[in-house]
Design a protein around this ligand. Sequence first.
Ligand SMILES: [Zn+2]
Length: 323
Amino acid sequence: MIYSNQNRWWQQISLLGYLQQQGWKPVGRRGREEVAGLCPLHPETRPSFYVNRRKQVFYCHGCGRGGDLVRLVELREGLSFAGALQRLAPVAGGDPLEETYRFYQAQLAYYPEARQYLAERGLWDQEILARLRIGYAPGTCLRAHLEGLGYPRTQLQNAGLMDERGRDRFFRCLTFPLEEAGNLYGRALGEGQPRHRFLPRPKGGLYGWKQARSYASLIVVEGLLDLAALWQAGFPQVVAVLGVWLNEQQMGQIGDSLARTVYVCLDSDAAGNRASQHLAGQLRQAGLPVRRVSLPWGHDPNSYLAGGGTAADFQRCLDQAQS
Ligand SMILES: [Zn+2]
């Protein structure tokens, strides 16, 4: 398990700010860094409690106690370390999902099977992997990481990150943060388990929309691996539906300009063709010019490019797409 000391969220909270928020008043200064006041841990009439603003620590000459913000909360409220973190979590506005994104992203470097999978999918461009914030969920260690950061288990269960037994929802998945939707997509590497996973909440709008919306044409693909492969091949005008049907939010996005040509490029197989027909129908009904892209049988955009298809080949498929 890889545990980072750099992202301890409670260290972002100002000790002095917290004290003042709790009604503590500084009554004097010592040097540029220290302020003094009455000790919040016991009754006293002369200030013997000092806060160092740079070091984010306190020390009381009256009771001899000192430490950081978490220690202060422990002493003041008689809480354990974990209890003090729970008390502080709302102050920091910490987000377990953002922390999860970061954690999984950091794991990718340590699990050859995940990197191997990306390599087999032809995804080698580190900049694109970083932009997508692709990560890996090895399973079993997310809970310890997040609980170590002070998030109570119930909060993690409510967020859908783990089940009631504390097991990681994204066990052995490549992970793709869906930041705008506050969701996470997982692509399972193992067999015999659901291949596509999300948190139990809406999938949100089209992935990649912000970047793609300014182009005169739009390539609609099913998944994030397709999108990554097309970005890598130099097609920035791609959006991923995260499935094969458009939800209301996604329809609203695509439909915001009727001048845009939409290329639908799903899997080239029986199921994919049915889905593509349906999706194209959805778009035509909204008045959009639609073309259906046919890749060689059995391929999706990712496998086509990974299997040796070049950017020029893909462009040819776009040019030949049927309206
Ligand atoms: Zn004291």
